[in-house]
Design a binder for this molecule. Structure first.
Ligand SMILES: Cc1cc2nc3c(=O)[nH]c(=O)nc-3n(C[C@H](O)[C@H](O)[C@H](O)COP(=O)(O)OP(=O)(O)OC[C@H]3O[C@@H](n4cnc5c(N)ncnc54)[C@H](O)[C@@H]3O)c2cc1C
Length: 401
């Protein structure tokens, strides 16, 4: 059976399904006592938890391995979630309101600090308390029957007798019918299974401040070729903290210096971090080369950052991680229930191609010019391109007060 359409899947109702629990088995193919599950997911973040929860809701026994002691610790994301994700991922409707806050538009600054305000009718972003959101997602997935094992590192998987065997340092070997790698930009699952791995990256650093000052309810974006080559700087009033960061293109063998101080000096007239030092720092690599060529093999697939599923222009990956993670879980459930062929053969064809965004990334990499942005910011053409990037073409006049 083959399909690449998202309408292929029936909506799930968590109240209707009682997922089976993982069953202990006396011996795995390796001879060790183990645990047998339908689906093993590596990575308890947006993609992995969405996948695990969807599969559990569809009746599968599901386990998630997460190397960190908590899903919300040591995060490497600003956590902005676009409205399209809120509209298309039903799970997000359950997020406690205290964990999110609406950002109504974008203030885009040229290198000379001239700015334009961009809004789209009815469009907004969510700023999130990302650490608390991910911990909530773990609780929510567990409530659906997912066995989330925190502090458990995935190192390798063995294909034995038509099943995946995954030895873990602490605890019994896990035997799984299906394996999903949702373990981020440097996927260990991809390496262990001989799948493609990300090679093109942006590198981002963000500081969290209490008591920062800036115009509220806006995502402030700063273009500057010297400070943030290949990307931008940003600032927003988030949930309980203000977030100020920047990212740059990673050049193999080149200098990757990325310092926030020069950005803070430059934007001091519009964004002040306040008098206190940052309360937290988030930093990490963002794949920006688009979806990888080989993201699946028999009874295994990659999803989220592990598959390179990040917009090459905005560097936003949460929406795609959640959406395709959820659909991957549903697709695996249909396979395990013998209603569909292995998703490795058809589901991964539905991954986004990012054709336009890859073209824009190429143009930005090769022709980014402060002079051009200083001169073109505010022109109808530049506004249209910016609205296409930020709101997916839904640009319009600012909302009336
Ligand atoms: C500085 C920065 C800011 C960003 N801001 C935004 C933003 O505002 N909005 C947006 O949409 N996107 C943003 N992104 C991108 C976004 O964070 C990612 O696209 C998104 O987190 C991808 O989710 P994921 O579930 O695929 O992977 P990840 O969030 O990377 O999660 C992977 C998980 O796997 C775990 N793991 C890794 N290896 C193993 C292993 N061997 N064993 C067990 N567990 C393992 C990790 O601990 C982690 O929990 C940002 C990225 C960076 C670096």
């Amino acid at each position: 059976m083959s399909s690449s359409s998202s309408s292929f899947f029936a909506p799930l109702d968590s109240s209707l399904i009682t997922p089976p629990h993982a069953v202990p088995i006396s011996s795995a193919g390796s001879g060790a006592a183990g645990i047998k599950v339908d689906l093993l997911v590596v990575g308890a973040s947006f993609a992995g938890l969405a996948c695990a929860r969807a599969a559990a809701l569809a009746g599968l026994s599901v386990m998630v391995l997460e190397k960190k002691a908590s899903a919300g610790s040591k995060l490497h994301t600003t956590g902005i979630i676009v409205k399209d994700a809120v509209d298309s991922v039903p799970w997000l409707a359950e997020v406690p309101p205290a964990l999110v806050r609406r950002i109504e538009g974008v203030r885009l600054y040229a290198p000379n600090m001239r700015h334009v305000d961009l809004h789209a009718p009815g469009y907004w972003f969510w700023a999130t308390d990302a650490p608390a959101l991910l911990d909530w997602m773990v609780d929510s997935a567990r409530a659906c029957g997912v066995d989330v094992r925190l502090g458990t590192l995935f190192e390798q998987a063995l294909w034995i007798n038509g099943r995946w065997e995954v030895p873990v340092t602490h605890g019994p070997c896990i035997t799984a019918t299906y394996l999903v790698g949702a373990d981020g930009p440097h996927s260990r699952v991809a390496k262990a299974l001989g799948l493609s791995r990300n090679t093109r990256f942006l590198y981002g650093v963000e500081h969290e401040y209490q008591g920062a000052r800036m115009a509220p309810d806006l995502l402030h974006c700063f273009i500057d070729r010297k400070l943030a080559p290949g990307y931008i700087g940003w600032a927003l009033d988030g949930v309980g903290v203000s977030q100020i960061g920047l990212a740059r293109r990673v050049v193999p063998g080149g200098t990757q210096a990325l310092r926030l101080d020069p950005l803070l000096d430059k934007i001091a007239s519009v964004v002040s971090p306040g008098d206190s030092p940052p309360v937290a720092v988030r930093a990490g690599m963002i794949p920006c080369g688009g979806v990888l060529p080989r993201v699946a093999r028999e009874r295994a697939l990659l999803v989220g950052d592990a598959a390179g599923m990040v917009s090459p222009v905005t560097a936003g990956g949460i929406h795609t991680a959640l959406q395709h993670g959820e659909r991957a879980g549903e697709a695996v459930a249909r396979f395990v229930r013998k209603e569909a062929d292995d998703p490795a053969n058809w589901f991964v064809r539905s991954y986004p191609s990012f054709l336009l965004k890859r073209t824009l990334r190429w143009a930005f990499d090769n022709f980014q010019s402060d002079w051009m942005f200083n001169h073109l910011l505010g022109t109808p053409q530049m506004r249209r391109v910016a609205e296409l990037i930020y709101f997916h073409r839904k640009g319009g006049p600012p909302p009336q007060a």
